[in-house]
Design a protein. Structure first.
Length: 94
């Protein structure tokens, strides 16, 4: 299973990558939203694991752009932000 990890904190990205590789995933890591967006457009991933706050292009913006291009890869978000419920509502509503 191919996983795209988008996390700007390098140590956390390494931990996630190592853990998922040990579970049998083929992992690609990007440390900013723009490179993650490019990878997601040009390669087929089974799932994307994305931080909400990424340099260059934030996670929610990135997924909106992917959906506009009809890329429907499932996305799981990571965040330390407290105000996430409001963000999720804005993301889910048109």
């Amino acid at each position: 299973m191919k996983l795209l990890v988008m996390e700007d904190e390098i140590r956390l990205a390494d931990i996630l990558s190592d853990w998922f590789q040990k579970k049998g995933f083929e992992v690609t890591v990007c440390h900013d939203g723009l490179s993650g967006y490019e990878k997601a457009q040009n390669e087929n991933f089974d799932v994307i694991l994305s931080d909400v706050m990424l340099p260059g292009l934030e996670g929610f913006q990135l997924v909106r752009k992917l959906r506009e291009k009809k890329i429907a890869t499932p996305v799981l978000f990571l965040t330390a932000r407290v105000e996430l419920p409001r963000e999720i509502c804005r993301f889910l509503l048109p």
